[in-house]
Write a protein that binds this ligand. Structure first.
Ligand code: NIG
Ligand code: FE
Length: 407
């Protein structure tokens, strides 16, 4: 497969009879797309005559939102881990399984064994589920290769996905995700390899948009995390962090010191961490799919984040271990139901704040004149329905990168 056959060439034209889901309840709104960009937006009554000759697309009263942004995924990997799901049902914890040699390392084995084309094919299929639901930009992390050759393979697949499916992809190098078996007992040597060999080589090949670390007692320490951040900083790359998921390691405050784009998971985040995020403008990425799958009971400190004014995003964290989720709208529902986000918070979480978590706030996550045309028409009346339903696909039409994508 090279191109996504479900995409027609152009969304250029005048999109009429839309209802903008931004709380203003603008009805009879118009979006004009020219050369793949939003050229004009506003009430129909104000539509300038200049666009009279463009093709018309009648929205028939559809609710319209910006294209969704999934700002945290591990989409490219070999195999699957349904066996661990069964082990957890039988009482094993995520940490037990990781310590027994399963977990991330078992996906590393399967990813290393898979060819680039095989990884591309399986990730394409997963990506299509997300795209059909209105995702227009997505982050894809490495972290299941854990060697230069195999991290490169994962990141190359991420770049190919962008081209083949006409979707914005931000790649994140997550070499410090787990200790590969060949480095058992030599964590320091592995982090040296991540910082001195893997990251510089992959960055030079243009494969890295950001750098992430799994800072946790079963993964990498605070000191190791800082070493990776310094290497990223030396290359001018922004950082992110898997922070305070299972315990409060203080990773968030460290990440904030390095101006992190986001800190993700953060179930065990302290007030000091929240204050540090606020000061550095770091986005809090909430991952209800992992919380749910691990049957976690330690809620992220939503009220304190809200109180502090830290922007909150919501993502699938799609991965074969802790979140085999392929619906961002289900995450919106869970963010509301499990984490008690308000509907507007959850919607900002998969649009504006998700874009910010990827450094894409100037081009994605908002309907804005001058931005690439990425928007979704929904078969819904009320924006709250985006959070309310689960298990259905209420998409009518997706406009992605200025093209009409048919669900
Ligand atoms: O975001 N927390 C670390 N990384 C992933 C899980 C990866 C895996 O178990 O394969 C996450 O939840
Ligand atoms: Fe993750």
């Amino acid at each position: 497969m090279t191109k996504d056959a479900t995409i027609t060439p152009s969304a250029d034209g005048v999109w009429t009879d839309l209802r903008v889901a931004d709380g203003t309840d603008t009805s009879d709104a118009v979006i004009v797309v020219q050369h793949g960009m939003i050229a004009w937006m506003g009430p129909h009554a104000d539509l300038p005559g200049d666009y009279a000759n463009l093709p018309r697309h009648n929205g028939q009263g559809a609710l319209v939102t910006p294209g969704l942004v999934d700002c945290h995924t591990h989409l490219v990997y070999g195999g699957q881990r349904a066996n661990e799901f069964a082990m957890r049902l039988a009482g094993a914890s995520y940490e037990d399984i990781a310590k027994a040699g399963g977990g991330i390392v078992s996906s590393v084995k399967a990813t290393r064994e898979a060819s680039e084309d095989e990884l591309f094919a399986s990730a394409s299929q997963r990506l299509q589920s997300l795209l059909a639901e209105g995702v227009c930009a997505i982050e894809v992390k490495s972290g299941y290769g854990l060697s230069l050759e195999h991290e490169r393979k994962q990141l190359r697949v991420a770049r190919r996905l962008a081209d083949a499916h006409h979707v914005t992809v931000r790649t994140t190098f997550l070499g410090a995700h787990a200790l590969p078996p060949e480095y058992a007992g030599r964590s320091g040597d592995y982090v040296d390899a991540v910082c001195n060999d893997m990251l510089p080589a992959l960055a030079a090949e243009g494969l890295v948009d950001a750098v992430d670390v799994f800072c946790e007692r079963i993964a990498f320490s605070l000191e190791e995390t800082e070493q990776v951040f310094k290497a990223a900083q030396a290359l001018g790359l922004p950082v992110k962090l898997h922070a305070e998921q299972l315990s409060d390691m203080g990773g968030t405050a460290l990440a904030a010191k390095y101006g992190a784009l986001s800190c993700d998971h953060i179930e065990h985040l302290s007030q000091a961490g929240i204050d540090a995020m606020k000061a550095s403008g770091t986005v809090a990425v909430l991952l209800p799919g992992a919380y749910y799958t691990l049957r976690d009971t330690h809620l992220p400190p939503i009220a304190a984040l809200r109180e502090a004014g830290v922007p909150m995003a919501v993502a699938t964290d799609h991965n074969p271990g802790t979140s085999p989720a392929l619906s961002l709208l289900l995450m919106v529902n869970m963010a509301c139901t499990l984490f008690r986000l308000t509907v507007p918070e959850a919607l900002a979480g998969v649009t504006r704040h998700a874009a910010q978590a990827l450094g894409l706030q100037d081009t994605h996550g908002e309907l804005r004149v001058g931005a690439p045309a990425n928007f979704v028409l929904w078969n819904l009346r009320d924006p709250a329905e985006l959070a309310y339903w689960f298990g259905q696909r209420p998409v009518r039409t997706v406009v992605r990168q200025g093209r009409i994508a048919v669900p």
